[in-house]
Design a protein around this ligand. Structure first.
Ligand SMILES: N[C@@H](CCC(=O)N[C@@H](CS)C(=O)NCC(=O)O)C(=O)O
Length: 210
């Protein structure tokens, strides 16, 4: 299998962290990682559009030649083809809660981080848009407050003491904020402490660039 990706972009990073976490648990998923140079627009060229008509990353190309174009679907596929030491673990309720928190983070927080970073300090030089920045920040605060309260009970990772998909999605978004030198955690001490803890992990050290 081939994973087409670009380092530091949130959705590819989520899958790269997932593969690295499984590797740290002794699982080789047999995925070759191939960088697509987005700065040169390679993700919008026919070769990549043949894999994914939306021109986004990541893409997992299967041995059959079929392609998965959504980061969460890619992760869930990799979970099922090698289920030893899977990241989704525990009871059905625990697995459901981990997936639920992952979706909450993606939809209520991570989806806005890119826009927020570009609005306040775009790493690609887009003009600042303070009004949009305020709006996006206000939209992210309830999710950040929720995560802050979860971590307040002393758990090491977002769902328990064990890493879950939720940690990967949050960390991927936060890396993009660091890339843009934007701090979204200044009022959230518990999340900031979790962030430092997560970045000490072997998988994080292998994958994160910022
Ligand atoms: N829902 C998709 C989103 C994929 C996506 O938007 N990826 C970004 C990188 S984080 C991308 O390829 N952006 C380039 C573009 O949209 O042109 C997923 O979770 O994989």
């Amino acid at each position: 299998m081939k994973l087409y990706m670009v380092p530091a972009a949130p959705n590819p990073t989520k899958v790269m962290l997932y593969i690295a976490e499984r590797k740290a648990m002794g699982v080789d998923l047999g995925v070759e990682q191939i960088v697509v140079n987005t700065l040169k627009g390679k993700h919008k060229e026919p070769e990549h559009l043949a894999r994914n008509p939306f021109g986004t990353l990541p893409v997992l190309e299967l041995e059959s030649g079929e392609c998965l174009v959504e980061s969460l679907s890619i992760i869930l596929y990799l979970e099922t083809i090698q289920s030893d030491n899977a990241l989704l673990s525990g009871s059905e309720i625990e697995k459901a809660l981990a997936r639920d928190l992952e979706r909450t983070i993606e939809l209520r927080l991570a989806n806005s981080v890119g826009g927020y970073v570009h609005a306040v300090n775009s790493p690609f030089g887009l003009p600042p848009d303070p009004e949009l920045g305020e709006k996006l920040k206000a939209g992210m605060d309830p999710a950040l407050g929720y995560l802050e309260s979860l971590l307040g009970d002393g758990r090491q990772m977002l769902t328990s003491d064990r890493v879950s998909l939720a940690d990967l999605t949050l960390q991927s978004a936060l890396q993009f904020a660091r890339f843009g030198k934007v701090d979204i955690l200044e009022s959230y001490g518990e999340i900031a402490a979790w962030d430092l803890r997560y970045r000490e992990r072997e998988a994080a050290k292998e994958v994160l660039k910022f």
